[in-house]
Design a protein around this ligand. Structure first.
Ligand SMILES: CC(C)(COP(=O)(O)OP(=O)(O)OC[C@H]1O[C@@H](n2cnc3c(N)ncnc32)[C@H](O)[C@@H]1OP(=O)(O)O)[C@@H](O)C(=O)NCCC(=O)NCCS
Length: 166
């Protein structure tokens, strides 16, 4: 059985390994160099309170993680969270991302976020499968938005309104 729970400091090594797989695979992020433990420790320290990190665990093994990140520190955007989801290579496409997404959205709703946004690559089909299936919509594509391995790449913006206003 897969357990979804809040991340603790002891999870950081696994969180880092899974993140570095995402970096290495060139499908998830504009980051291109593997990160070290100090990086992930500082990242974790910035994820307190509303900016939650959760993990998926099975028999003591971490299969993936998800986080709500600061979208923009202007107070007008306080209700908007940026999302990350990373699943270990051998566990992708098995429903773990959907479990994490459901849980993190519930947390976001209960913590005064009304919207989740994310930035993905147009060619990240597994990512889009996960997001579209879970009610995210494509906002649009930034052309030549970032540089990855010396080449400009397009970035797709997606969003989900988790609380509706009248
Ligand atoms: C993207 C990612 C988070 C998705 O999580 P996941 O656990 O693999 O996704 P799920 O198994 O929950 O499946 C999501 C949906 O995608 C669709 N899907 C599955 N395989 C697919 C494929 N090969 N192509 C397109 N869509 C696919 C399905 O609709 C699936 O839902 P279903 O099987 O219940 O019908 C995960 O694959 C991952 O970590 N990838 C590398 C890092 C990354 O890209 N992170 C996201 C950055 S934006």
């Amino acid at each position: 059985m897969v357990l979804i729970r809040e991340a603790v400091i002891q999870d950081l090594e696994s969180i880092l390994n899974i993140y570095n797989q995402g970096i290495e695979d060139r499908i998830a992020t504009l980051e291109s160099e593997p990160k070290d433990f100090l990086y992930i420790k500082e990242w974790f320290e910035q994820h307190k309170g509303r900016f939650k990190v959760i993990v998926a665990e099975q028999e003591g093994q971490l299969l993936g993680w998800s986080s709500l990140n600061l979208y923009n520190n202007r107070c007008a955007y306080a209700g908007v969270a940026d999302l990350s989801v990373y699943i270990a290579r051998e566990y992708r496409g098995k429903g773990i991302g959907s479990l994490l997404l459901t849980e993190i959205e519930m947390f976001a709703k209960g913590n005064d976020f009304h919207k989740i946004v994310l930035f993905t690559f147009p060619f990240n089909k597994l990512g889009q499968g996960l997001y579209l299936k879970n009610g995210y919509r494509e906002v649009g594509i930034f052309k030549n938005q970032g540089i990855l391995d010396g080449k400009y790449v397009d970035v797709m913006v997606m969003e989900k309104l988790i609380v509706q206003f009248k």
